[in-house]
Design a protein around this ligand. Structure first.
Ligand code: PHE
Length: 462
Protein backbone atom coordinates (compact mmCIF):
# COMPACT_ATOMS: atom_id res chain seq x y z
CA UNK A 1 0.00 0.00 0.00
CA UNK A 2 1.20 3.47 -0.78
CA UNK A 3 1.71 5.65 2.24
CA UNK A 4 2.84 9.24 2.29
CA UNK A 5 4.88 8.51 5.36
CA UNK A 6 4.27 7.14 8.79
CA UNK A 7 2.73 9.56 11.23
CA UNK A 8 4.97 10.47 14.11
CA UNK A 9 2.65 9.52 16.93
CA UNK A 10 4.07 11.82 19.56
CA UNK A 11 3.91 14.97 17.52
CA UNK A 12 0.74 13.89 15.73
CA UNK A 13 -0.94 13.31 19.03
CA UNK A 14 -0.33 16.72 20.51
CA UNK A 15 -1.53 18.36 17.36
CA UNK A 16 -4.73 16.29 17.22
CA UNK A 17 -5.29 17.15 20.85
CA UNK A 18 -5.25 20.86 20.16
CA UNK A 19 -7.62 20.63 17.26
CA UNK A 20 -9.93 17.93 18.58
CA UNK A 21 -10.75 19.60 21.85
CA UNK A 22 -12.53 22.49 20.31
CA UNK A 23 -14.60 20.39 17.93
CA UNK A 24 -15.09 16.61 18.18
CA UNK A 25 -13.71 15.70 21.63
CA UNK A 26 -15.97 13.66 23.85
CA UNK A 27 -14.96 12.39 27.26
CA UNK A 28 -17.00 9.24 27.00
CA UNK A 29 -17.86 7.08 23.99
CA UNK A 30 -20.71 4.60 23.89
CA UNK A 31 -19.89 1.49 21.88
CA UNK A 32 -22.28 -1.42 21.71
CA UNK A 33 -24.22 -0.05 24.70
CA UNK A 34 -21.14 0.28 26.92
CA UNK A 35 -19.37 3.48 27.92
CA UNK A 36 -15.65 4.02 27.51
CA UNK A 37 -13.45 6.89 28.62
CA UNK A 38 -11.59 8.49 25.74
CA UNK A 39 -7.92 9.41 25.76
CA UNK A 40 -6.76 12.72 24.27
CA UNK A 41 -3.80 11.18 22.46
CA UNK A 42 -5.16 7.78 21.52
CA UNK A 43 -8.84 7.94 20.70
CA UNK A 44 -9.26 7.79 16.93
CA UNK A 45 -12.39 5.68 16.53
CA UNK A 46 -15.05 7.67 14.67
CA UNK A 47 -18.87 7.69 14.82
CA UNK A 48 -19.14 6.10 11.37
CA UNK A 49 -17.05 3.15 12.58
CA UNK A 50 -18.91 2.82 15.88
CA UNK A 51 -22.12 2.55 13.85
CA UNK A 52 -20.93 -0.80 12.51
CA UNK A 53 -20.64 -2.39 15.94
CA UNK A 54 -23.45 -4.90 16.43
CA UNK A 55 -24.28 -5.38 12.75
CA UNK A 56 -22.63 -8.81 13.00
CA UNK A 57 -22.94 -9.82 9.34
CA UNK A 58 -21.27 -13.14 10.19
CA UNK A 59 -24.43 -14.25 12.02
CA UNK A 60 -27.04 -12.34 10.01
CA UNK A 61 -29.52 -14.81 8.50
CA UNK A 62 -29.24 -15.29 4.71
CA UNK A 63 -26.19 -13.03 4.51
CA UNK A 64 -23.27 -14.25 2.32
CA UNK A 65 -20.74 -13.86 5.16
CA UNK A 66 -23.00 -15.90 7.44
CA UNK A 67 -23.50 -18.57 4.76
CA UNK A 68 -19.75 -18.90 4.31
CA UNK A 69 -19.06 -19.02 8.07
CA UNK A 70 -21.65 -21.73 8.49
CA UNK A 71 -20.25 -23.76 5.58
CA UNK A 72 -16.74 -23.71 7.04
CA UNK A 73 -17.86 -24.49 10.59
CA UNK A 74 -19.91 -27.46 9.37
CA UNK A 75 -17.12 -28.82 7.19
CA UNK A 76 -14.51 -28.65 9.95
CA UNK A 77 -16.83 -30.13 12.53
CA UNK A 78 -17.80 -32.95 10.15
CA UNK A 79 -14.32 -34.44 10.55
CA UNK A 80 -14.32 -35.32 14.24
CA UNK A 81 -16.62 -32.87 16.00
CA UNK A 82 -13.66 -31.25 17.74
CA UNK A 83 -14.57 -27.55 17.70
CA UNK A 84 -16.48 -25.27 20.05
CA UNK A 85 -17.78 -22.22 18.17
CA UNK A 86 -17.76 -18.67 19.54
CA UNK A 87 -19.51 -16.05 17.41
CA UNK A 88 -20.56 -13.36 19.87
CA UNK A 89 -17.43 -11.82 21.34
CA UNK A 90 -17.53 -8.05 21.87
CA UNK A 91 -15.26 -6.09 19.47
CA UNK A 92 -13.84 -3.80 22.17
CA UNK A 93 -10.76 -5.52 23.58
CA UNK A 94 -7.67 -4.53 25.54
CA UNK A 95 -4.27 -3.88 23.99
CA UNK A 96 -3.20 -6.89 26.07
CA UNK A 97 -5.70 -9.18 24.35
CA UNK A 98 -5.03 -7.89 20.85
CA UNK A 99 -1.23 -7.61 21.02
CA UNK A 100 0.63 -8.43 24.26
CA UNK A 101 -0.97 -11.82 24.96
CA UNK A 102 0.26 -12.82 21.49
CA UNK A 103 3.80 -11.51 21.93
CA UNK A 104 3.60 -8.57 19.50
CA UNK A 105 6.82 -6.55 19.79
CA UNK A 106 6.41 -3.02 21.16
CA UNK A 107 7.26 -1.47 17.79
CA UNK A 108 5.06 -3.71 15.61
CA UNK A 109 3.33 -1.52 12.96
CA UNK A 110 -0.03 -3.15 13.77
CA UNK A 111 -0.03 -1.21 17.04
CA UNK A 112 0.21 2.18 15.38
CA UNK A 113 -2.66 4.65 15.45
CA UNK A 114 -2.52 4.91 11.69
CA UNK A 115 -3.52 1.23 11.38
CA UNK A 116 -5.72 0.62 14.42
CA UNK A 117 -8.87 2.17 15.91
CA UNK A 118 -8.16 3.04 19.52
CA UNK A 119 -10.95 3.70 22.01
CA UNK A 120 -8.37 4.90 24.54
CA UNK A 121 -4.77 4.08 25.42
CA UNK A 122 -5.59 0.58 26.71
CA UNK A 123 -8.63 -0.33 24.67
CA UNK A 124 -9.24 -0.75 20.95
CA UNK A 125 -11.50 -2.33 18.35
CA UNK A 126 -9.93 -5.76 17.77
CA UNK A 127 -7.87 -5.90 14.60
CA UNK A 128 -8.11 -9.70 14.40
CA UNK A 129 -9.92 -12.63 15.96
CA UNK A 130 -6.60 -13.82 17.41
CA UNK A 131 -7.35 -11.32 20.20
CA UNK A 132 -9.54 -14.04 21.76
CA UNK A 133 -7.15 -16.96 21.43
CA UNK A 134 -5.81 -16.81 24.96
CA UNK A 135 -9.28 -16.72 26.53
CA UNK A 136 -10.53 -19.60 24.39
CA UNK A 137 -7.44 -21.73 25.05
CA UNK A 138 -8.10 -21.33 28.74
CA UNK A 139 -11.63 -22.73 28.24
CA UNK A 140 -10.63 -25.86 26.31
CA UNK A 141 -10.61 -27.95 29.49
CA UNK A 142 -14.17 -26.87 30.38
CA UNK A 143 -15.64 -27.45 26.92
CA UNK A 144 -14.16 -30.90 26.55
CA UNK A 145 -13.39 -30.17 22.89
CA UNK A 146 -9.76 -29.84 21.76
CA UNK A 147 -10.48 -27.08 19.26
CA UNK A 148 -12.44 -23.89 18.81
CA UNK A 149 -13.59 -21.54 16.05
CA UNK A 150 -14.10 -17.83 16.66
CA UNK A 151 -15.91 -15.69 14.07
CA UNK A 152 -16.24 -11.95 14.53
CA UNK A 153 -16.12 -8.48 13.03
CA UNK A 154 -12.62 -6.92 13.03
CA UNK A 155 -11.56 -3.31 12.45
CA UNK A 156 -8.59 -1.80 10.62
CA UNK A 157 -7.85 1.66 9.30
CA UNK A 158 -7.18 1.15 5.63
CA UNK A 159 -7.46 2.51 2.12
CA UNK A 160 -10.84 2.89 0.41
CA UNK A 161 -11.71 0.86 -2.68
CA UNK A 162 -13.93 -2.01 -3.85
CA UNK A 163 -12.14 -4.67 -1.82
CA UNK A 164 -11.20 -2.74 1.32
CA UNK A 165 -13.54 -1.76 4.08
CA UNK A 166 -12.51 -0.75 7.61
CA UNK A 167 -14.74 -3.45 9.10
CA UNK A 168 -14.55 -7.05 7.95
CA UNK A 169 -14.95 -10.55 9.35
CA UNK A 170 -12.51 -13.24 10.30
CA UNK A 171 -12.67 -16.80 11.49
CA UNK A 172 -10.01 -18.04 13.87
CA UNK A 173 -9.47 -21.77 14.22
CA UNK A 174 -7.32 -23.47 16.86
CA UNK A 175 -6.66 -27.10 17.73
CA UNK A 176 -4.64 -28.21 20.72
CA UNK A 177 -3.11 -31.53 21.81
CA UNK A 178 -2.82 -31.34 25.55
CA UNK A 179 -0.36 -34.05 26.55
CA UNK A 180 1.31 -34.02 23.12
CA UNK A 181 0.45 -37.66 22.46
CA UNK A 182 1.95 -38.72 19.13
CA UNK A 183 -0.48 -41.67 18.70
CA UNK A 184 -3.38 -39.24 19.24
CA UNK A 185 -2.09 -36.75 16.67
CA UNK A 186 -1.53 -39.60 14.21
CA UNK A 187 -5.05 -40.93 14.76
CA UNK A 188 -6.58 -37.48 14.28
CA UNK A 189 -4.57 -36.99 11.12
CA UNK A 190 -5.79 -40.31 9.72
CA UNK A 191 -9.44 -39.35 10.18
CA UNK A 192 -8.80 -36.02 8.52
CA UNK A 193 -6.90 -37.54 5.60
CA UNK A 194 -9.79 -39.93 4.96
CA UNK A 195 -12.20 -37.02 4.74
CA UNK A 196 -9.89 -35.23 2.35
CA UNK A 197 -9.56 -38.34 0.18
CA UNK A 198 -13.34 -38.46 -0.15
CA UNK A 199 -13.36 -34.98 -1.58
CA UNK A 200 -14.71 -34.87 -5.10
CA UNK A 201 -12.36 -32.29 -6.65
CA UNK A 202 -8.86 -33.05 -7.75
CA UNK A 203 -6.46 -31.08 -5.51
CA UNK A 204 -3.00 -30.01 -6.60
CA UNK A 205 -0.91 -28.76 -3.69
CA UNK A 206 2.50 -27.09 -3.93
CA UNK A 207 4.44 -26.68 -0.72
CA UNK A 208 7.63 -24.68 -1.03
CA UNK A 209 7.95 -24.63 2.75
CA UNK A 210 8.88 -28.35 2.75
CA UNK A 211 12.05 -27.87 0.74
CA UNK A 212 12.69 -24.42 2.13
CA UNK A 213 11.90 -24.47 5.85
CA UNK A 214 11.11 -21.06 7.34
CA UNK A 215 14.20 -19.49 8.87
CA UNK A 216 12.60 -16.38 10.41
CA UNK A 217 10.47 -18.53 12.68
CA UNK A 218 11.82 -22.07 12.93
CA UNK A 219 10.23 -24.73 15.10
CA UNK A 220 10.14 -24.05 18.81
CA UNK A 221 12.82 -25.79 20.81
CA UNK A 222 10.51 -27.76 23.13
CA UNK A 223 8.93 -29.59 20.18
CA UNK A 224 10.27 -32.68 18.42
CA UNK A 225 10.65 -32.77 14.64
CA UNK A 226 8.08 -35.54 14.40
CA UNK A 227 5.54 -33.55 16.38
CA UNK A 228 5.99 -30.44 14.26
CA UNK A 229 5.70 -32.52 11.12
CA UNK A 230 2.45 -34.20 12.27
CA UNK A 231 0.80 -31.07 13.68
CA UNK A 232 1.66 -29.01 10.63
CA UNK A 233 0.22 -31.74 8.42
CA UNK A 234 -2.96 -31.66 10.49
CA UNK A 235 -3.16 -27.89 10.13
CA UNK A 236 -2.46 -27.91 6.40
CA UNK A 237 -4.86 -30.74 5.61
CA UNK A 238 -7.61 -29.07 7.70
CA UNK A 239 -7.28 -25.86 5.70
CA UNK A 240 -7.06 -27.68 2.39
CA UNK A 241 -10.29 -29.48 3.29
CA UNK A 242 -12.11 -26.27 4.17
CA UNK A 243 -10.90 -24.28 1.20
CA UNK A 244 -11.57 -27.04 -1.30
CA UNK A 245 -15.08 -27.36 0.11
CA UNK A 246 -15.72 -23.66 -0.37
CA UNK A 247 -14.38 -23.55 -3.92
CA UNK A 248 -16.06 -26.81 -4.88
CA UNK A 249 -19.36 -25.26 -3.82
CA UNK A 250 -18.58 -22.31 -6.05
CA UNK A 251 -17.74 -24.59 -8.99
CA UNK A 252 -20.99 -26.49 -8.47
CA UNK A 253 -23.04 -23.32 -8.55
CA UNK A 254 -21.18 -22.17 -11.68
CA UNK A 255 -22.02 -25.47 -13.37
CA UNK A 256 -25.66 -25.29 -12.35
CA UNK A 257 -26.02 -21.74 -13.57
CA UNK A 258 -24.08 -22.06 -16.81
CA UNK A 259 -22.80 -25.48 -17.89
CA UNK A 260 -20.90 -23.92 -20.81
CA UNK A 261 -18.87 -21.53 -18.69
CA UNK A 262 -15.12 -21.96 -18.33
CA UNK A 263 -15.20 -24.07 -15.18
CA UNK A 264 -12.03 -25.23 -13.39
CA UNK A 265 -11.56 -29.00 -13.26
CA UNK A 266 -9.03 -29.04 -10.43
CA UNK A 267 -8.12 -26.86 -7.47
CA UNK A 268 -4.58 -25.59 -7.04
CA UNK A 269 -3.16 -24.56 -3.65
CA UNK A 270 0.22 -23.31 -2.61
CA UNK A 271 1.81 -23.05 0.83
CA UNK A 272 4.28 -20.24 1.45
CA UNK A 273 6.35 -19.38 4.49
CA UNK A 274 5.09 -16.44 6.54
CA UNK A 275 5.69 -14.64 9.79
CA UNK A 276 3.30 -13.93 12.68
CA UNK A 277 4.50 -12.95 16.14
CA UNK A 278 2.60 -15.74 17.93
CA UNK A 279 3.18 -18.73 15.65
CA UNK A 280 6.36 -20.57 14.68
CA UNK A 281 6.67 -21.94 12.12
CA UNK A 282 4.05 -19.92 10.17
CA UNK A 283 2.58 -20.19 6.70
CA UNK A 284 0.05 -18.75 4.33
CA UNK A 285 -2.12 -20.70 1.94
CA UNK A 286 -2.97 -19.32 -1.48
CA UNK A 287 -5.43 -20.62 -4.01
CA UNK A 288 -5.26 -20.30 -7.80
CA UNK A 289 -8.48 -18.61 -8.86
CA UNK A 290 -9.34 -16.42 -11.86
CA UNK A 291 -5.73 -16.71 -13.09
CA UNK A 292 -4.21 -15.36 -9.94
CA UNK A 293 -2.82 -16.59 -6.63
CA UNK A 294 -5.18 -15.45 -3.95
CA UNK A 295 -4.07 -15.14 -0.34
CA UNK A 296 -6.61 -16.90 1.82
CA UNK A 297 -5.34 -17.38 5.30
CA UNK A 298 -2.40 -17.10 7.70
CA UNK A 299 -1.60 -19.88 10.14
CA UNK A 300 1.06 -21.66 12.15
CA UNK A 301 2.05 -23.57 15.24
CA UNK A 302 1.23 -21.48 18.26
CA UNK A 303 4.05 -20.07 20.36
CA UNK A 304 4.21 -21.79 23.70
CA UNK A 305 3.97 -18.41 25.47
CA UNK A 306 0.33 -18.02 24.35
CA UNK A 307 -0.50 -21.39 25.91
CA UNK A 308 1.38 -20.49 29.09
CA UNK A 309 -0.57 -17.20 29.24
CA UNK A 310 -3.75 -19.27 29.00
CA UNK A 311 -2.75 -21.39 32.00
CA UNK A 312 -1.18 -24.45 30.35
CA UNK A 313 1.83 -26.02 32.06
CA UNK A 314 5.25 -25.70 30.49
CA UNK A 315 5.92 -28.16 27.63
CA UNK A 316 2.51 -29.78 28.10
CA UNK A 317 0.74 -28.92 24.85
CA UNK A 318 1.12 -28.25 21.15
CA UNK A 319 -1.38 -26.38 19.03
CA UNK A 320 -2.06 -24.95 15.58
CA UNK A 321 -4.02 -21.79 14.73
CA UNK A 322 -5.32 -20.15 11.58
CA UNK A 323 -7.08 -16.86 10.78
CA UNK A 324 -9.19 -16.59 7.67
CA UNK A 325 -10.78 -13.47 6.17
CA UNK A 326 -14.40 -14.19 5.34
CA UNK A 327 -15.46 -11.13 3.33
CA UNK A 328 -13.17 -11.46 0.34
CA UNK A 329 -13.86 -15.17 0.03
CA UNK A 330 -17.60 -14.45 0.21
CA UNK A 331 -17.18 -11.85 -2.54
CA UNK A 332 -15.53 -14.44 -4.79
CA UNK A 333 -17.96 -17.14 -3.93
CA UNK A 334 -21.07 -15.11 -4.65
CA UNK A 335 -19.40 -12.85 -7.27
CA UNK A 336 -20.11 -9.70 -5.29
CA UNK A 337 -18.20 -6.91 -7.04
CA UNK A 338 -18.02 -4.26 -4.30
CA UNK A 339 -17.34 -4.93 -0.62
CA UNK A 340 -19.82 -2.24 0.42
CA UNK A 341 -22.65 -4.37 -0.96
CA UNK A 342 -22.10 -6.68 2.01
CA UNK A 343 -23.29 -3.81 4.22
CA UNK A 344 -26.20 -2.80 2.01
CA UNK A 345 -29.67 -2.70 3.51
CA UNK A 346 -31.23 -2.76 0.04
CA UNK A 347 -33.73 -5.65 -0.14
CA UNK A 348 -32.51 -6.28 -3.69
CA UNK A 349 -29.24 -7.43 -2.14
CA UNK A 350 -30.18 -9.56 0.84
CA UNK A 351 -33.22 -11.16 -0.85
CA UNK A 352 -30.91 -12.87 -3.35
CA UNK A 353 -29.34 -15.20 -0.77
CA UNK A 354 -30.51 -18.10 1.29
CA UNK A 355 -28.79 -19.88 4.17
CA UNK A 356 -27.03 -23.03 2.97
CA UNK A 357 -26.93 -21.95 -0.69
CA UNK A 358 -24.23 -20.44 -2.86
CA UNK A 359 -25.46 -18.58 -5.90
CA UNK A 360 -24.12 -15.87 -8.16
CA UNK A 361 -25.10 -12.35 -7.18
CA UNK A 362 -27.14 -10.62 -9.90
CA UNK A 363 -26.17 -6.96 -10.13
CA UNK A 364 -29.08 -4.57 -10.08
CA UNK A 365 -29.01 -1.06 -11.48
CA UNK A 366 -26.49 1.01 -9.58
CA UNK A 367 -27.46 4.43 -8.37
CA UNK A 368 -25.49 7.06 -10.26
CA UNK A 369 -22.27 8.25 -8.68
CA UNK A 370 -20.35 11.47 -8.67
CA UNK A 371 -16.64 12.25 -8.63
CA UNK A 372 -14.79 15.14 -6.96
CA UNK A 373 -11.10 15.94 -6.69
CA UNK A 374 -9.44 17.50 -3.71
CA UNK A 375 -5.98 18.97 -4.29
CA UNK A 376 -3.85 20.57 -1.63
CA UNK A 377 -0.36 21.68 -0.66
CA UNK A 378 1.07 19.95 2.39
CA UNK A 379 2.48 22.35 4.96
CA UNK A 380 6.21 22.26 5.65
CA UNK A 381 6.81 19.68 8.30
CA UNK A 382 7.22 21.34 11.67
CA UNK A 383 6.32 20.59 15.25
CA UNK A 384 2.80 21.88 14.71
CA UNK A 385 2.46 20.26 11.31
CA UNK A 386 3.43 16.61 11.61
CA UNK A 387 3.62 14.16 8.74
CA UNK A 388 0.29 12.96 7.37
CA UNK A 389 -0.37 9.27 6.77
CA UNK A 390 -2.58 8.29 3.84
CA UNK A 391 -4.90 6.42 6.23
CA UNK A 392 -5.54 9.74 8.01
CA UNK A 393 -6.84 11.20 4.78
CA UNK A 394 -8.95 8.08 4.17
CA UNK A 395 -10.39 8.45 7.66
CA UNK A 396 -11.45 12.04 7.09
CA UNK A 397 -13.29 10.99 3.93
CA UNK A 398 -14.89 7.99 5.64
CA UNK A 399 -16.01 10.01 8.59
CA UNK A 400 -17.54 12.72 6.41
CA UNK A 401 -19.07 10.47 3.74
CA UNK A 402 -19.79 7.23 5.63
CA UNK A 403 -20.95 4.54 3.21
CA UNK A 404 -21.42 7.05 0.39
CA UNK A 405 -17.77 6.83 -0.59
CA UNK A 406 -16.83 4.14 -3.07
CA UNK A 407 -13.15 4.86 -3.56
CA UNK A 408 -10.41 7.38 -2.84
CA UNK A 409 -7.37 7.38 -5.10
CA UNK A 410 -4.23 9.44 -5.22
CA UNK A 411 -4.23 10.74 -8.79
CA UNK A 412 -1.47 13.32 -8.65
CA UNK A 413 1.60 13.98 -6.62
CA UNK A 414 3.85 16.88 -7.34
CA UNK A 415 6.77 18.72 -5.76
CA UNK A 416 7.43 22.29 -6.78
CA UNK A 417 11.13 22.31 -7.71
CA UNK A 418 11.59 25.91 -6.54
CA UNK A 419 9.79 25.91 -3.21
CA UNK A 420 10.09 22.18 -2.56
CA UNK A 421 6.44 22.22 -1.50
CA UNK A 422 4.48 18.99 -2.00
CA UNK A 423 1.04 18.84 -3.52
CA UNK A 424 -1.36 15.89 -3.55
CA UNK A 425 -4.58 15.35 -5.42
CA UNK A 426 -7.11 12.70 -4.38
CA UNK A 427 -10.06 11.63 -6.51
CA UNK A 428 -13.10 10.72 -4.43
CA UNK A 429 -15.86 8.69 -6.01
CA UNK A 430 -19.20 9.07 -4.21
CA UNK A 431 -21.93 6.56 -4.81
CA UNK A 432 -24.59 4.99 -2.66
CA UNK A 433 -25.48 1.30 -2.70
CA UNK A 434 -28.96 2.05 -1.45
CA UNK A 435 -30.27 5.30 -2.91
CA UNK A 436 -29.79 8.31 -5.16
CA UNK A 437 -27.47 10.99 -3.87
CA UNK A 438 -27.89 14.59 -4.97
CA UNK A 439 -25.20 16.96 -6.15
CA UNK A 440 -25.99 19.21 -3.23
CA UNK A 441 -25.37 16.41 -0.80
CA UNK A 442 -22.05 15.52 -2.43
CA UNK A 443 -20.96 19.15 -2.47
CA UNK A 444 -21.67 19.43 1.25
CA UNK A 445 -19.66 16.32 2.06
CA UNK A 446 -16.83 17.47 -0.17
CA UNK A 447 -16.78 20.83 1.61
CA UNK A 448 -16.60 19.06 4.96
CA UNK A 449 -13.69 16.90 3.75
CA UNK A 450 -11.85 20.04 2.67
CA UNK A 451 -12.53 21.89 5.90
CA UNK A 452 -11.39 18.96 8.00
CA UNK A 453 -8.20 18.55 5.98
CA UNK A 454 -7.41 22.20 6.54
CA UNK A 455 -8.36 22.12 10.23
CA UNK A 456 -6.57 18.92 11.13
CA UNK A 457 -3.52 18.98 8.91
CA UNK A 458 -3.14 22.62 7.98
CA UNK A 459 -3.05 21.90 4.25
CA UNK A 460 -3.63 24.66 1.71
CA UNK A 461 -6.33 23.83 -0.78
CA UNK A 462 -5.42 24.41 -4.42
N1 PHE B 1 -4.56 -12.92 12.83
C1 PHE B 1 -3.79 -13.09 11.63
C2 PHE B 1 -4.21 -11.96 10.65
O1 PHE B 1 -5.16 -11.26 10.89
C3 PHE B 1 -4.00 -14.44 10.99
C4 PHE B 1 -3.46 -15.58 11.80
C5 PHE B 1 -4.25 -16.23 12.74
C6 PHE B 1 -2.15 -16.01 11.63
C7 PHE B 1 -3.74 -17.27 13.49
C8 PHE B 1 -1.64 -17.04 12.37
C9 PHE B 1 -2.43 -17.67 13.29
O2 PHE B 1 -3.58 -11.76 9.62
Amino acid sequence: MYSICRINTQRGASRLLLRFQSTDAKEVLTIGGKNFKTHPEYTNVTPSIINHVGKSLHVKPNHPVNILRDLIEKKLSSVDNAFTTYNKFDPVVSTFQNFDSLGFPADHPGRSKSDTYYVNDKTLLRTHTSAHEMECYSKVGETGKPGFLISADVYRRDEIDKTHYPVFHQMEGCRVWNGRSIPQIKADLKVLQKKLDEHEMNLVVEDESLSNPPDVNPKQSYMTDEEVDLVSQHLKRSLELVISEVFTQRIKSMRAENPNADIPTELKFRWVNAYFPWTAPSWEIEVWWNNDWLEICGCGIVQQQVLLNAGYKENSAISWAFGLGLDRIAMLLFEIPDIRLLWSEDPRFISQFKDGHINTFKPYSKYPGSTRDVAFWLPDETKENPEVHENDIMEIVRDSAGSLVESVKLVDRFTNPKTNKKSLCYRIHYQSMDRNITNDEVNKIQKQVETRLVDKYNVTLR
